[in-house]
Design a protein around this ligand. Structure first.
Ligand SMILES: *Cc1c(COP(=O)(O)O)cnc(C)c1O
Length: 491
């Protein structure tokens, strides 16, 4: 994946003086008479472009999990803008847009080996946050309906609303059981009227291993919850801070059995973990393959396309097995003029949040067609190799410590590294300003985070441009330099 890309910029961040200058030139008041397109264009080029960060354009921006944008995806995205399709109703005789979306979603399923005839509810969203909202909304509908049916009554949230449906189903409480979740799960819970407090973590060994389910605790919670509590189980399939996976094949199977027995919904947040499924089956990737291997047992999966799929913002993916539930929740009622003429492709407006929608399928389609399975595998293996190279360097260094402490209890195991490397400086003064010092070089960018109450930093390797040799050289130079600066100051 290196055909036709523009050269990557030297710095990952604009200089502080450039930001000040650009801010000074920002128009903050509406001009009574427009400047005209040419002048506006000059303004954007001169004042905006140099004051933006290179989160997508540089392979050495390792903050968040930002991903990049391939040449094929950028070309397609510009076409999306130019043609400005509104992809909400399937209009097969008027535009091919919904058929392209359906084909892209079929190919996504094929890429990650999920059967599209089973995963009938497939749609593009604005990101994994929106996909988590879809997942919890479908879950909420399903578990209340199931609880009602088990009592021989009927209830559904989509028509009655949450309160009446819960009362009818005899449900007092809805809870979401998970291990360390992404913050967006609580946000989704809040939006859907379940509340942040409904998200409960059930982790093995408490704080030392907040990534794996404590099955005994989970099982007991489900037993004692009885018939008055409805449950959504949410699996963090590669947690954003550590890259670790909440389950393995065996745990997924046990979660599925428990969920079915107790009428719970099994949701997976696989924002970037989903692509671990495309890795070849060999010893190097056993942990990752196992962590993402049994996702077909879930009811719904949230994923991002603007991360490891390397399309421009914004684009997420949502998959669920329950098309009927989706249609109940998202049906756009009482607008017969929006009904689609044929039912082969569901109209996107009836299975997701938006009515009017961007043609965000096209960059995904372009990437899949341009690079194929081998291109995606090659890209991901390169990213993992770089992450493992960084992890090995940190593990061997005296100045830095690889986190989580799991690695130090069990010894560093390179297999557990996916695309995230979490670490801190051994010297606590240095650690307190580690993120600032690294990012002030403007050569690389890392995210600041915390680990067990202490500051930490993390690399997230997610750009198609990643180059193991070149990038690692720069990373090593920066980390060595930052460590040496702290030694010199102390001496
Ligand atoms: C990034 C991320 C999200 C949120 O995704 P957005 O694309 O920012 O909406 C959710 N879950 C996980 C695990 C993530 O990494």
């Amino acid at each position: 994946m290196d055909k036709g890309a523009a050269a990557a910029p030297e710095h990952v961040l604009p200089s502080p003086s450039q930001i000040t200058q650009s801010l000074n030139n920002l128009h903050k008041q509406l001009p009574p008479r427009g400047l005209g397109f040419e002048a506006a264009k000059q303004h954007l080029k001169q004042d905006m472009a140099p004051a933006l960060n290179a989160n997508s354009q540089s392979s050495r921006y390792y903050g968040f999990v930002t991903g990049g944008a391939t040449p094929a995806a950028i070309f397609a995205d510009n076409m999306v803008t130019e043609y400005d399709q509104n992809v909400q109703v399937h209009l097969p005789e008027e535009t091919i847009a919904t058929d392209v979306e359906a084909a892209a979603l079929d190919m996504v399923c094929e890429l990650v080996r999920l059967d599209p005839t089973v995963w009938k509810h497939r749609t593009f969203t604005t990101g994994a946050t929106a996909s988590n909202i879809l997942g919890l909304a479908c879950a909420r509908e399903h578990i209340i309906k199931t609880a009602a049916a088990r009592r021989g009554v009927t209830a559904d949230v989509s028509s009655q609303g949450l309160f009446a449906a819960m009362r009818a189903a005899g449900i007092h409480n809805i809870r979401i059981l998970t291990t360390t979740p992404h913050s967006s799960l609580k946000k989704a819970a809040s939006i859907l009227g379940l509340g942040h407090d409904s998200v409960n973590t059930m982790c093995e060994h408490g704080v030392n291993n907040p990534y794996t389910f404590d099955m005994a605790q989970l099982e007991e919670a489900l037993q004692t919850g009885g018939r008055n509590i409805a449950t959504i189980i949410s699996v963090s399939c590669s947690e954003v801070n550590s890259g670790l996976f909440a389950t393995d094949a065996n745990l997924m199977l046990r979660l599925r059995t428990l969920a079915t027995r107790h009428g719970a919904w099994l949701h997976v947040d696989a924002a970037f973990g989903l692509l671990a499924r495309i890795l070849p089956s060999n010893a190097e990737y056993e942990y990752l393959k196992d962590g993402a291997g049994e996702l077909h047992l879930a009811d719904s999966i949230a994923a991002d396309a603007h991360k490891l799929f390397n399309v421009p913002y914004d684009c997420g993916i949502f998959l669920s097995k329950h098309l009927d539930t989706a249609t109940a929740v998202f049906q756009n009622p009482g607008a017969p003029y929006l009904n689609a003429p044929d039912g082969t492709v569901p109209s996107p407006l009836n299975i997701g949040i938006e009515n009017s929608r961007r043609f965000r399928a096209l960059p995904v389609y372009a990437n899949l067609v341009a690079y194929g399975r081998d291109g995606f595998v090659e890209m991901l293996e390169r990213q993992i190799e770089l992450a493992r190279e960084i992890a090995a360097y940190i593990d061997a260094s005296d100045a830095y410590r690889l986190l989580p402490s799991k690695y130090h209890e069990e010894g560093y195991n390179e297999q557990t590294i996916f695309i995230i490397v979490l670490f801190k400086a051994v010297n606590s003064d240095l650690n307190a300003e580690l993120k600032q010092k690294i990012n002030a070089t403007r050569k690389i960018y890392v995210s600041g985070t915390t680990w067990q109450g202490e500051s930490a930093c993390r690399f997230a390797i997610s750009n198609w441009r990643s180059s193991v040799q070149q990038d690692f050289e720069v990373i090593k130079e920066v980390l060595d330099g930052v460590a040496a600066s702290s030694v010199n100051r102390i001496a």
